[in-house]
Design a binder for this molecule. Structure first.
Ligand code: PLP
Length: 364
């Protein structure tokens, strides 16, 4: 491959579009005639203001974000949002959570520190291998919001249909599916995601929040940095933001617009995922772990019959130039994360490798 790169199936931080990396490289020492690198630039400079403004506008164009939603670039990772959301959204002190895997479980456990949190649905009974029916849940009368993780990065499940929240605000962690397909922002109160899964360099989270949910009258214990009003009122520059991540994410947004936006991206992602899932369905040696209806387009976990074989396959793939296929420690097996930037050829090559591996090693 060009530059001797491997096919990187990491769940995050993860693969970025080569074209974006090349542009970043070409502008590294002197960003567009500014005489300096974006890493060296004041966040208060005109040049950087243009970078952040364009990043926001390009994201708005890509997702069709309505005027009455704020876009915020916040540090602390998606994990900080697990606390920031309940701190800011709780008025009645009640929220309903749907737990479908590690990430929604972490968010649920964190939120419990700040109010009465109801577990309204869970797929724990079958090892988080599916998404529960969310069409008629016991949503609490006084719930301030309903929380989901829309794509569980570790378990490889995704919602086919958003839950019926019975009029309550929907909050969605989209970290590992952000910009993978079109999204109707108006269906949500809040969409957020750590950017290191499907967009850019680690160290930043994008929060898209309906304006009327941003409050100034928060409990005094809420740190200034953890109030959304702080970020919304200061154009994500109350303090020094993650300038580098904002810049690279902005470059990715421009790239996505250029290749046809989220419709085109969704089509490519569906094609890629189908190649891998079709193989898993026909294979005797490798089996997908998720119920078909709820399979993620982004994270594809699969197993062989034993842990030993799993480990052998991981080692063999690595030696052949396919990296980071080891499953998460809480699930085991293998996992191929096939985010936006993974080229179709990467998936085809992986399937070819696994097919040959099976031919040579599977004893039945
Ligand atoms: C990775 C991930 C997180 C945590 O992200 P950090 O930025 O490391 O805090 C949260 N939710 C989902 C769905 C993730 O994939």
């Amino acid at each position: 491959m060009k530059y001797d790169r491997v096919y990187n199936f990491s769940a995050g931080p993860s693969i970025l579009p080569e074209e974006v990396l090349e542009s970043v490289r070409d502008n590294l020492l002197n960003y567009e005639g500014s005489g300096m690198c974006v890493m060296e630039m004041s966040h208060r400079s005109k040049v950087f203001q243009k970078i952040i403004d364009e990043a926001e506008q390009d994201l708005r164009d890509l997702m069709g974000i309505p005027e009455n939603y704020k876009v915020m670039f916040i540090q602390g990772g998606a994990t900080l949002q697990f606390a920031m959301l309940p701190m800011n959204l709780m008025k009645n002190g009640v929220a309903d959570y749907i737990v479908t895997g590690n990430w929604s479980k972490k968010a649920y456990n964190e939120a419990k520190k700040y109010g009465k949190i109801n577990l309204v649905a869970s797929s724990d009974d079958r090892n988080y291998s599916y998404i529960p029916d969310c069409s008629d849940l016991p949503i609490s009368e006084d719930a301030d919001y309903v929380y989901i993780c829309e794509n569980e990065t570790i378990h490889g499940t995704t919602y086919q249909q958003l839950p019926n929240t019975k009029g309550k605000i929907l909050v969605s962690d989209q970290s590992s599916m952000f910009l993978s397909k079109p999204c109707n922002v108006a269906d949500y109160g809040v969409i957020y995601g750590g950017v290191q899964k499907n967009i850019g360099p680690a160290g930043m989270t994008i929060v898209i929040m309906r304006e009327d949910l941003i409050r100034e009258d928060l409990p005094t214990y809420v740190p200034t940095y953890m109030s959304y009003a702080t970020h919304a009122n200061n154009g994500s520059m109350y303090n020094t933001p993650n300038c580098w991540s904002i810049y690279v994410c902005g470059q990715v947004f421009k790239y996505l617009k250029k290749i046809g936006g989220l419709e085109a991206m969704a089509k490519m992602n569906e094609e890629k995922a189908k190649i891998l899932y079709d193989f898993l369905d026909e294979s005797k040696m490798f089996n997908g772990t998720v119920e078909k209806e709820f399979r993620s387009l982004m994270n594809v976990p699969f197993v062989t019959a034993s842990k030993e074989t799993d480990a052998e396959v991981v080692a063999a793939t690595k030696a052949a130039g396919f990296d980071n296929l080891k499953g998460h420690k809480s699930v085991g097996g293998l996992r191929a994360s096939i985010y936006n930037a993974m080229p179709k050829e990467g998936v085809i090559a992986l399937v070819e490798f696994l097919r040959n591996y099976e031919k040579e090693n599977y004893k039945g």
